[in-house]
Design a binder for this molecule. Structure first.
Ligand code: E4P
Length: 224
């Protein structure tokens, strides 16, 4: 499973890229608003941090097909032709996806709450679909189960579309989808940090260090 950062905080993106094998960044209009910066200022900085080959998913905002097409072309012009254009899986969005797919644009179907939205986006040529795991959970359904069902639909219908699982609030949701072999997940910095926040982990590492220092002296490492 590829791990992406679901955030536009460039300090957090730099830090996480430094420590972990991160495959890209996703944003949506709410994430951009949270950054408090002009959209293309922050997006161009993100593109320069992650490099021109990394996956950058950027969402359209317009509500009608023609507007979505204009948003998509602007995103590609400003951020590179390999940018994945995220389009909401609504009727106007599907119509735009079909046209953009004919142009060879890389597409991510987003705002996915139901398996049939995902199926339709895949049929329209989307490279990824983004089901919202935690938001589905919050509606009283099972977000992880919905993602697994989408994967089964793709497999059973030989659809060449990957899942970009999104909207996570805890590591258990991520773990279950990783174990199922979901192609990719986009996760906020606090959930990524939480993956390794178990107190048993630093306690074990500290005990190794203390035992070694008893043998060699304080501050000594294998670089003797
Ligand atoms: C993906 O890109 C989605 O827009 C995002 O994961 C939604 O997450 P949220 O439910 O935390 O807002």
């Amino acid at each position: 499973m590829k791990l992406l950062i679901d955030d536009a905080n460039t300090a957090a993106i730099r830090r996480l890229y430094d420590y972990y094998p991160i495959a890209g960044v996703t944003t949506n209009p709410s994430i951009l608003a949270k950054s408090g910066r002009q959209p293309y200022d922050v997006l161009e900085e993100i593109r320069s941090i992650i490099g021109s080959d990394a996956d950058l998913h950027v969402q359209t905002v317009a509500g009608d097909t023609e507007g979505i097409l204009r948003d998509a072309h602007a995103i590609l012009r400003r951020l590179g032709d390999n940018t994945l254009v995220k389009i909401p899986c609504v009727p106007e969005g599907f119509r735009a996806m079909k046209k953009l797919h004919e142009e060879g644009v890389r597409l991510t179907g987003t705002a996915v709450y139901t398996p049939m939205q995902a199926y339709m986006a895949a049929m329209c040529g989307a490279e990824y679909v983004a089901p919202y795991v935690n938001r589905i959970d919050n509606m009283g359904f099972d977000g992880v189960a919905v993602v697994k069902q989408i994967q089964d639909i793709f497999d059973n219908n030989a659809l060449e579309c990957g899942i970009l699982a999104a909207s996570f609030k805890n590591s258990q949701q991520l773990l279950e989808l990783c174990a199922y072999g979901i192609a990719s997940a986009t996760v906020s910095p606090d959930v990524i940090d939480g993956l390794f926040s178990n107190p048993a982990i630093p306690a074990a590492v500290d005990a190794f260090t203390k035992d070694f220092e008893k043998l060699t002296g304080a501050g000594k490492t294998m670089d003797l």
